[in-house]
Design a protein around this ligand. Structure first.
Ligand code: DGI
Ligand code: FE
Ligand code: FE
Length: 193
């Protein structure tokens, strides 16, 4: 059964700021376009895009409770930056709230911030769309937008490099999955040659 995406949007609107709502609609649109380009399901990309930041403004305590209650989520998350908590918690909350059972959509939401090794095509398009949707504006975003139309993996690698550089500059910890995601893409690229 397909969910009405206008309904999902109206529910998202109750959870986030106006700016975050616009961002999420942008991610949904960009993820759908990338999905079409790279042979993934555009509906799944749109749903994951709309809902990926659903819990972004939840209190830390509320997200921590979701992480502790759900053993599918690794509790090492709690030792890292709370910015990382909203993807995994959203992936849990939306299952009950919207009766979403599609594991690909759930994982695309769960890993949209950190990435991981061996990401599925849906995970890749949602993660990349999150970086390059139209309202995003940071140094280098246009280069990543150009790359996204030619080489998905190269664009995603550039996005992870940019995040890791940002974290290094700010002297913040780096979540291990982000490092593993980057290593994996580099190794894949070398193996292709
Ligand atoms: O939720 P968004 O703002 O749309 O984007 P996002 O889900 O990619 O969250 C990005 C924030 O998470 C960004 O400010 C960097 C921060 N962050 C903190 N620690 C890490 C991290 N991002 C990654 N990938 N890895 C980390 O270790
Ligand atoms: Fe996010
Ligand atoms: Fe986002």
């Amino acid at each position: 059964m397909k969910l009405d995406t206008d309904y999902l949007k109206s529910e998202l609107k109750k959870q986030v700021s106006e700016q975050r709502y616009i961002h999420s609609i942008g991610v949904a649109k960009t993820a759908k376009e990338l999905a079409i380009k790279y042979g993934e399901d555009p509906y799944k990309a749109k749903v994951a895009g709309i809902l990926h930041d659903y819990t972004k403004y939840w209190q830390k305590e509320k997200m921590a409770a979701v992480i502790k209650e759900n053993c599918v989520l690794s509790d090492d998350l709690l030792q890292y930056n709370a910015e990382l908590w909203h993807g995994p918690t959203a992936s849990i909350v939306i299952q009950e709230k919207f009766q979403i059972k599609d594991q690909q959509i759930i994982d695309a939401i769960r890993y949209h911030t950190s990435g991981r090794e061996n990401m599925s095509m849906l995970e890749k398009v949602v993660c990349l769309a999150d970086y390059i949707e139209p309202s995003r504006d940071f140094p280098g975003v246009d280069e990543i937008r150009d790359l996204a139309n030619k080489e998905l993996d190269t664009a995603l690698l550039a996005a992870f490099n940019s995040t890791i550089q940002f974290l290094l500059d700010k002297k913040l910890t780096i979540y291990p999955l982000t490092i593993l995601a980057r290593n994996y893409l580099i190794t894949e690229e070398k193996n292709k040659k």
